[in-house]
Design a protein around this ligand. Structure first.
Ligand code: MN
Length: 248
């Protein structure tokens, strides 16, 4: 099995080291990762400047986004098409609405778009140094996923690890996406020259969602596995919207 590993925190992040070690127990690993922090770049592509790939001792680093990394890896850099794409372990949660902004999820999603089974992994705790202890659990969980026949089409698995020691995990729950809203995360201030600026980040987050949701599973001490489908169509609304008389 050939496994492509990428992330959005950059190749030096603690999380990708742990995911790489876990994946090495399961197959031949090829790491192609951003050369710097690319969190919250979502599914962006670099179109307006050339991309450079540099081979370091055991990883290839790209001056682009996670999506760029997967496209370059599958299209040019790897000798063989990978059997799996793993993205992460992200430093921070990718729960609910987070998945729409996440570069980690997008890295996996690019694998899905290319027809390669893909898994995103994120750690919901605050301290990236704690990710290392999750290696045995990841070997077990990712191994179970890899051994399944028939990984679903057009679907990636979004895994979140709870902010507790792995020995205290209650189990694995298959979940739905919850919802998350941020409050007070937009700052308006003045720079030293008196010019106004804005800064997105920080603040308090509030979440909600059904009892099946990813937030509930994490709060209750479970590993959350959410199958994410590429088709964002609201199928239930098709008939209704067709009746809106939109034609000129
Ligand atoms: Mn990140």
């Amino acid at each position: 099995m050939d496994i492509l590993v990428t992330n959005d925190d950059g190749y030096l992040a603690a999380g990708i080291r742990t995911l790489t070690r876990a994946a090495s127990s399961l197959g031949e690993v090829h790491v192609v990762a951003p050369d710097r922090e690319q969190s919250a770049t979502s599914h962006s592509l670099t179109l307006h400047h050339p991309l450079r790939a540099r081979q370091l001792s055991d990883v290839t680093v790209v001056d682009g986004t996670p999506t760029d990394c997967v496209i370059l890896a599958v299209g040019e850099l790897l000798d063989r098409r990978p059997d799996f794409v793993f993205s992460g372990v992200n430093h921070g949660a990718n729960l609910g609405d987070d998945v729409l902004y996440s570069g980690t999820v997008a890295g996996a999603m690019e694998g899905t778009l290319l027809g390669i089974p893909a898994v995103a992994v994120s750690y919901t705790g605050r301290d990236p140094d704690e990710i290392e202890a999750w290696e045995p659990l990841l070997v077990d969980l990712l191994g179970r996923i890899m051994r399944r026949e028939g990984f679903p089409d057009e679907t990636l698995l979004n895994i979140n690890l709870p902010p507790i020691p792995p020995g205290e995990v209650k189990g694995v729950k298959v979940t739905t996406l919850g919802r998350r809203a941020y409050e007070g995360s937009l700052t308006r201030a003045e720079d030293p020259n008196g010019r106004e600026y804005f800064w997105i980040g920080g603040g308090e987050s509030r979440w909600w969602g059904g009892p099946e949701s990813d937030f509930h599973a994490i709060r209750d001490g479970y590993v959350s596995v959410t199958p994410l489908h590429l088709d964002l169509t609201n199928h239930q609304l098709l008939q209704d919207i067709r009746s809106w008389d939109l034609s000129p």
